[in-house]
Every structure is written in structure tokens, then in C-alpha cells.
Design a protein around this ligand. Structure first.
Ligand SMILES: Nc1ncnc2c1ncn2[C@@H]1O[C@H](COP(=O)(O)OP(=O)(O)OP(=O)(O)O)[C@@H](O)[C@H]1O
Length: 447
């Protein structure tokens, strides 16, 4: 996903977890740290679109971090969360150059509004044209452009990582709705019991924990486009409710009485053979016909080899910039190795391979020896992830490398069952999720 990426600095674990949940659900990519010192390290390693920081931190406080950001990353917006109603702190925050501040305690919506205000430009810039040089992709983009100008529902099919979300964003950006919101929801990433509330919204008190009213994704997308990513991954009961909303063009929040009229263009994606899934009884046939108005299929990149070079070069450039490497390049032998691989993980896998190749390369000159595939679907940590772990140690610390090794091994032992792994390692499932995300940042792909 080409999400907006946030660096969040908060030392209160409870608050940090709540912030992370809110921001992830709103579609942001979050990197959570507990101190200014860790924030500075993260800023050196990755690009962010905004920093959200507490003022009161152990060690260097939020103002110190703000000063660092202003000095070293003058373009990067940073907001501060100031202590319990302390207006003087808030004034100081703005005077020191923060783009905004929030007084604790604040509502989720207030935080999301402030972040959206300062990252909306970034979100627009990121939704640019997909790279497409192969004749098959050029033809697909042509079709996408044609359907974009209509209000038709679009169903994008394709293997995981082929670029379905990128294509959905492109359709929105060339449609007449481009000035309106593009809202994406990944139906597979949200716990089943929360998906309905997130899609349709809820009123205060609709269920335990609904402490305030919240507009659903349909409402948020009103006037614009709603992307239902991995639409097949919702249970059959919810599919029936979704069908009703699509037929009637109106929605009611959970626990609400008001009917809200909708004018939303729907784009859905799936990496399944949807017709087959309908036959198996996993997906409602009527909903399938409702969504399958204009199907587009992104083929896997092994079937559009002409895209591999431009994609690889673009990804090389992107990561070289992040790692502050000038003049990164791919040798012809590296390129032919990339072109002859089967790419089960498609563009996402290509991105991992390129990122790792850069780490292993000499000053960004990537040749065939730096292109290592088997780490991506690594079956055995000791053997095939060894290079990736080495790469991780270049980026990170020894302790982290050791921790990665233990987690990767435990995941393999448990055949990817995360709940089991978390229990075995004595950490919470969310801590495990966070650690896995960190491993992925270092190019270690685990299930
Ligand atoms: N044609 C493209 N041009 C530029 N970047 C691309 C292209 N296709 C894919 N990418 C990049 O590859 C990654 C995966 O793309 P995306 O998330 O759109 O895939 P997807 O098919 O929606 O995956 P999934 O089925 O797993 O959700 C993203 O980082 C995206 O920016």
C-alpha cells in the first residue's frame, strides 16, 4: 500500500497502543517509538510524511525533537501532543515551529483531522500513475481510464502484490471524483467483529466500547470512491448487509436511526478466483454480480516482463533515496536475473528484493550476486534468511537481530500461527505484529 507514513513518539504504552490502532484503522502506516532518541534513529533510516510526538518524554523532550526535525528535516510536518490541558505548552509548541498541537485528552477525530490536514498533499502526490511499460499493462491502463470516467463499479482481480490498490487509486485520480475523498478499507486486515462498524459507522453506545459516534467508511467516502480491498474476506452475513447498501445507496450507522444517502463509487479487489469462490459458497452470487460490472485483471509480473525493468529501476531509486545512496544502478546481469524469476509475491516481492540488494550492494551498484530471492519465501531461518539477518544487523542492532531470529524460528515452528507464537514467546499478539513489521522493514519476509 502506498499509505501516508507517520512517526509516532509516545512513551505511555497504553496511549501508544490506542493511537496505533486508531491510525492503522484510518489507513496510515505507523512507526511507533517511545523516545526522541529512537525517533531520531528512525528518521535517519526511513522517510516519513509527518511526525506526531508527545511533549513529555524521557530524555530529550518533544521540543528537543522538534528542533532536530526543523534543523534536519525542514520539510517534515511535526505536531505535538501537549500535557493535560497545559495551554502554555501548546503556545510554546506552535512558537517552536510545530504545525499543530493537541491538548490531551483529545478525541480520535480531532487527531485524524489534524493529521489529514497536514498530509493531504502527500496523499495526493502518492496516488500517481502506475508504472506500466509492458503492452498488457498499457492496455489495462487504457481500459482503466475509460471506465474511470463512468461511475461504474470496478472489480480488480489479480494475485497478491500485483498493484491492485495502485490501480484503484489511479482510477479515482483520473475520474471526475478526484477532488473528493478516496477511502480504502482492507477487509482482510480488520477483525470480523469490527468490520461492520468501520464500514457503516456507529452511534455512541451502539455497543460496548462505542464511546463516541463515528462515521463509517461509506460516509467518509461520500462523493468520492470507496475501495473494498480483499472484499471476499468478509463473512457471508456482512456480505448481505453490504449488498443492501450497494443496492439502496444508503446506509444507517449501527445503533443509529438516520438514513444517510450515498453517492459513492465502489472499487473492489480480490486475489481469489471469484467465480470459483462463489461456486464454493464462500461469496454471495448476487453480490458477485453487483461487483463484477467491469472486471479488470492485473496479470502477475511474470506475465508482463516488460514492466520488470521500469519497476525495478523505480524501486531502486526510491530506496536509494531513502538510504541516501547516490547513483544506484542495476547491472545488465542483475536485470536479467530479475527478468527470469517467477515472482510469486509480484511487485511487493520485487520491492523486498531490491531493498535487500541495495543493502548488500557496494555503494548502490547492484549486480546479480546481490539479487537473492529465496529469502523472500524463506523456508529455513538458519540457511536462507542468514543474509537478510546480516543485512538487518547493518541496519539495526545485534539484539534486534537475535530477536528476529527467535521470532522467525518460532513462526516457522508454529507454521505461521501467530497466536501460538505470541503465547510461546510470552508477548502480546500486537507486539508480535509490530516486531514482524520491523522484520519486514529489514527485508525479512515471514508469514
Ligand atoms: N505498476 C506499479 N507502479 C508502481 N508501483 C507499483 C505498481 N504495482 C505495484 N506497485 C507497488 O507494489 C506494492 C504492492 O502494490 P498493491 O498494494 O497495489 O498490490 P495489491 O495487488 O493491492 O496487493 P494485495 O493483494 O496484497 O493487497 C505497493 O508498494 C505498490 O506501490
Amino acid at each position: 500500500m502506498s499509505e501516508v507514513s507517520l512517526l509516532v513518539v509516545e512513551d505511555d504504552r497504553g496511549l501508544a497502543e490506542a493511537l496505533e490502532d486508531t491510525l492503522l484503522l484510518a489507513g496510515y502506516k505507523c512507526f511507533m517509538v517511545e523516545s526522541s532518541e529512537d525517533a531520531i534513529l528512525a528518521l535517519r533510516r526511513q522517510n516519513f510524511d509527518m511526525v506526531v510526538s508527545d511533549v513529555n518524554l524521557p530524555g530529550m523532550d518533544g521540543y528537543g525533537l522538534l528542533q532536530h526535525v526543523m534543523e534536519h528535516f525542514p520539510e517534515l510536518p511535526m505536531m505535538l501532543m501537549t500535557a493535560y490541558g497545559d495551554i502554555a505548552q501548546a503556545v510554546e509548541a506552535m512558537r517552536s515551529g510545530a504545525v499543530d498541537y493537541l491538548l490531551k485528552p483529545f478525541k480520535e477525530e480531532e487527531l485524524l483531522d489534524v493529521i489529514a490536514k497536514h498530509t493531504s498533499r502527500v496523499a495526493k502526490v502518492k496516488s500517481n500513475t502506475p508504472i506500466a511499460k509492458d503492452p498488457a499493462s498499457v492496455a489495462l491502463l487504457e481500459l482503466a481510464k475509460r471506465v474511470a470516467v463512468t461511475d461504474s463499479t470496478v472489480l480488480i482481480c489479480g494475485e497478491s502484490g500485483t498493484g491492485k490498490e495502485v490501480l484503484a487509486q489511479y482510477i479515482h485520480s483520473v475520474s471526475e471524483r478526484s477532488g473528493q475523498p478516496f477511502v480504502a478499507i482492507n477487509c482482510a486486515a480488520i477483525p470480523e467483529n469490527m468490520l461492520e462498524a468501520i464500514l457503516f459507522g456507529y452511534e455512541k453506545g451502539a455497543y460496548t466500547g462505542a464511546v463516541s459516534s463515528q462515521a463509517g467508511k461509506f460516509e467518509q467516502a461520500n462523493g468520492g470512491t470507496l475501495l473494498l480491498d480483499e472484499v471476499t474476506e468478509m463473512d457471508v452475513g456482512l456480505q448481505a448487509k453490504l449488498l443492501r447498501v450497494l443496492q439502496e445507496h444508503e446506509v444507517e450507522r449501527l445503533g443509529g436511526k438516520k438514513t444517510i444517502k450515498l453517492d459513492v463509487r465502489i472499487i473492489a479487489t480480490t486475489n481469489r478466483d471469484l467465480a470459483e469462490y462463489v461456486r464454493e459458497g464462500g461469496f454471495r452470487e448476487d453480490l458477485y454480480y453487483r461487483l463484477n460490472v467491469f472486471p479488470l485483471r492485473w496479470s502477475p509480473i511474470r506475465e508482463r516482463k516488460g514492466d520488470i525493468q521500469p519497476l525495478a529501476e523505480a524501486l531502486l531509486f526510491k530506496h536509494a533515496q531513502k538510504m541516501r545512496i547516490d547513483n544506484a544502478s542495476l547491472t545488465p546481469s542483475a536485470l536479467s536475473k530479475l527478468e527470469s524469476h517467477a515472482w510469486p509475491g509480484n511487485v511487493r516481492e520485487l520491492e523486498n528484493v531490491i531493498q535487500r540488494a541495495l543493502i548488500l550492494s557496494d555503494q548502490g551498484r547492484v549486480d546479480q550476486n546481490h539479487i537473492v530471492f529465496d529469502m523472500v519465501t524463506a523456508p529455513k531461518i538458519e540457511e536462507s534468511n542468514e543474509d537478510a539477518l546480516e543485512a538487518a544487523s547493518i541496519l539495526g542492532r545485534g539484539v534486534q537481530q537475535h530477536e528476529f531470529r527467535i521470532i522467525a524460528q518460532a513462526l516457522m515452528d508454529a507454521k505461521g500461527k501467530r497466536k501460538e507464537v505470541a503465547e510461546k514467546l510470552g508477548i502480546s499478539p500486537r507486539t508480535l505484529r509490530y516486531k514482524i513489521a520491523k522484520m519486514r522493514e529489514c527485508g525479512i519476509e515471514v508469514d
